[in-house]
Design a protein around this ligand. Structure first.
Ligand SMILES: Nc1ncnc2c1ncn2[C@@H]1O[C@H](COP(=O)(O)OP(=O)(O)OP(=O)(O)O)[C@@H](O)[C@H]1O
Ligand SMILES: [Mg+2]
Length: 250
């Protein structure tokens, strides 16, 4: 009898399927974003000229302010989209995960002010620095931890753990395989419906009033760029666990 563990292959398949969809959308989105940026610049310039023409006490100045603010917002969304479809190449260095995660938690504790959220950390101090791009990895974990915080209504817990994984990962064929680090982010929040689980990586899919729906799409891209894997376990009403596995060496 032969028993084969297919869970790693299933994870890889999921990652590839999501990456495929993202790259298709990315090409389309990049073209669109580029086309929108030019006329947007025109609108901004015109609004600025208009503001200069108006007298200081004019109530119309409020409208030009709104125009400029909204143009900035569109600009921000477009830049994020362009980032997603054509990101800058990662700048590889040595990243101390413990420090990065501690910094993020410091800010998230502040952001959770008014809610009763416990942030618990269980970080393995013996994990050596990971080869990767520090600002991209910071963005990745910030997105995931922010999602965990936002999934909690009034009170709950966010637990962040790091471990050296027992599995090995081949970053490219013919190379020596690298040990993996598992970074687990679990929350006791609202959880994700099974039918939504596949859509949450689609750019602009959001269930939040103030969400852009880009966090996970960007995170997926960063994980891919680091030859990592993402695994999700979620039960509605109970919470969500996201496990990022990154190879220690590239
Ligand atoms: N930890 C989580 N618990 C429950 N739902 C989640 C969790 N993480 C993601 N989701 C679901 O996936 C959707 C997409 O997440 P994503 O981070 O891409 O966008 P967003 O958080 O809505 O907006 P943005 O990150 O751009 O501010 C969320 O709107 C939410 O429904
Ligand atoms: Mg998010």
């Amino acid at each position: 009898m032969i028993i084969r563990d297919l869970s790693r292959i299933k994870e890889l398949e999921g990652t590839l399927r999501r990456a495929d969809r993202l790259s298709m959308l990315g090409t389309l989105a990049a073209g669109l974003a580029h086309e929108i940026k030019n006329p947007l610049g025109g609108i901004k310039g015109a609004a600025q000229l208009l503001a200069m023409e108006l007298r200081e006490e004019s109530s119309m100045l409020d409208y030009t302010q709104i125009m400029l603010k909204e143009v900035e917002r569109i600009n921000f969304i477009i830049e994020e989209l362009m980032d997603l479809s054509n990101p800058r190449p990662p700048e590889i260095g040595y990243v101390e995960l413990t420090r990065v995660l501690n910094d993020i938690i410091l800010l998230q504790r502040e952001a959770a002010h008014g809610q009763n959220i416990k942030f618990l950390l269980d970080l393995d101090p013996s994990i050596p620095p990971v080869q990767g791009d520090e600002s991209l990895l910071t963005r990745l974990f910030l997105n995931l931890i922010k999602n965990a915080r936002e999934a909690i209504d009034h009170e709950g817990e966010v637990l962040i753990e790091t471990r050296i994984s027992s599995s090995y990962h081949m970053t490219s064929p013919g190379r020596r395989s690298s040990p993996m680090v598992d970074i687990t982010i679990s929350d006791t929040g609202c959880g994700i419906n099974p039918e939504e689980l596949d859509r949450i990586f689609t750019p602009y899919f959001t269930t939040k009033v103030k969400g852009n729906g880009l966090g996970l799409a960007i995170s997926q891209k960063i994980i891919e760029d680091h030859h990592g894997l993402l695994k999700i376990e979620s039960s509605p009403g109970e919470g969500t666990t996201m496990i990022v596995s990154l190879p220690l060496r590239r």
